[in-house]
Design a protein around this ligand. Structure first.
Ligand SMILES: *Cc1c(COP(=O)(O)O)cnc(C)c1O
Length: 376
């Protein structure tokens, strides 16, 4: 063997990705990635993009015309929605109960917004009463931003019904659905969500690189009424929509070179979601979460959040267990990746992701068996 092929970096290992993302990618999706690269204005490619956006609408359960994959990972979706919906001096309410809510405050501050941060303990979720009180205290707020699936703590925030409260005060509802899209119940139109972003590498089981977003008519009207340009050129929706939807007049216009092959991968990943059936997929995530929870309970392990996600299981590290030691043993002996605690949970939690393709009985039983051995 040559030096190069012998190198451990020459061929990435086939890990079993049961952490907070990325999740395991099916071979069908990897094969789709390797199809010939088309030009970003080739009619064939534009048709593929249109199909991808149509499937995204199904998965988001929306009719929103402005639904497309932002070029970039989930954080690009966060920046895209925040940047386009805020002008300097706008007041926004940001709900913080973990790392991703905290990041939203940072992103909105960089947009020049006046951020009213409200907090819930990490691992807990917000009551609608608390959000109503914040809207009464800060009546000029133009946005309420909240995370449906807080991947840092595993807490599952209820969203249904919240838009009524937010809209009654003239604000828009912005939701982070990075770890819920394709794994949890999520209904953009029925729930009245105005702006939403997700990521490809969590419950959609596609490699990281795109961030599906969707904007309601209300959000579109807000963007059309802007007096200033969004601070980001790359993420400016008024230009992006000309490319993705041909909307805004003038037909399709080059803005930036779309990540062509990633679009193939996303289209294939969404095809797999719709072949399984969105509801069947969500039910599978529920069943696998229950299977894992039962096994963890038998091992004496307990959950941190009182309302746990199905896609991300955040458990307390038991007394006397070696955090890094157990994780590296899982990785080296069984090829299993699980997540460490993030932020205030560092050293206190393990995060077991059961996302998309990774949410299977085989993986649940394997990680339980590995944990049983590693904790002995
Ligand atoms: C993973 C994640 C993000 C960030 O996505 P990246 O793809 O890492 O940029 C944002 N919000 C939540 C809730 C996430 O889980």
């Amino acid at each position: 063997m040559s030096q190069l092929t012998a190198s451990p970096t020459a061929h990435p290992a086939e890990r079993i990705l049961l952490g907070p993302g990325p999740s395991p990618v099916p071979h069908r999706v990897l094969r789709a990635l390797s199809a010939p690269t088309l030009g970003h204005l080739d009619p064939q490619y534009l048709a593929i993009m249109d199909e991808t956006c149509a499937m995204l609408r199904e998965v988001f359960r929306t009719k929103n015309a402005l639904t497309f994959p932002v070029s970039g990972t989930g954080m690009a979706g966060m920046e895209c929605t925040a940047t386009n919906l805020t002008e300097p001096g706008d007041e926004v309410i940001v709900c913080v109960n973990g790392v991703f809510g905290l990041r939203m405050t940072d992103v909105f501050e960089r947009c020049g917004a006046v951020v009213h941060r409200i907090d819930a303990p990490w691992g807990e979720v917000f009551s609608f009463e608390q959000i109503t009180a914040a809207l009464e205290q800060f009546p000029k707020s133009k946005i309420v931003a909240i995370v449906q699936a807080e991947t840092s703590t595993g807490a599952h925030q209820p969203i249904e019904g919240l838009a009524d409260i937010v809209h009654a005060r003239g604000a828009l509802l912005l939701v982070d659905a990075v770890t819920s899209l394709g794994g949890h119940d999520l209904r953009v139109d029925e729930w009245g969500i105005d702006a939403i972003y997700s990521g490809t590498q969590k419950c959609l089981s596609c490699p990281p690189g795109l961030s599906p977003v969707s904007f309601s008519e209300r959000a579109l009207a807000r963007m059309d009424a802007r007096k200033t340009k969004p601070q980001s050129w790359y993420l400016d929706v008024s230009m992006l929509r000309k490319y993705y939807t041909g909307g805004g007049g003038g037909g399709r216009v080059y803005h930036h070179t779309a990540p062509i092959n990633m679009t193939y991968a996303l289209r294939e990943a969404l095809t797999i979601v719709l072949e399984e059936g969105l509801q069947a997929r969500i039910d599978r995530h529920t069943a696998m979460h229950q299977r894992l929870r039962q096994g963890l309970t038998e091992l004496g392990l307990s959950y941190i959040p009182s309302r746990s996600l199905h896609s991300l299981n955040c458990i307390r590290i038991p007394d006397g267990a070696n955090d890094a030691g157990v994780r590296s043993r899982l990785l080296n002996e069984w090829g299993i990746e699980i997540g460490a605690g993030l932020g205030v949970m560092a050293g206190k939690a393990w995060r077991i992701g059961l996302m998309g393709h990774g949410s299977s009985a085989r993986n649940v039983d394997l990680v339980l068996s590995a944990l049983r051995t590693a904790l002995k």
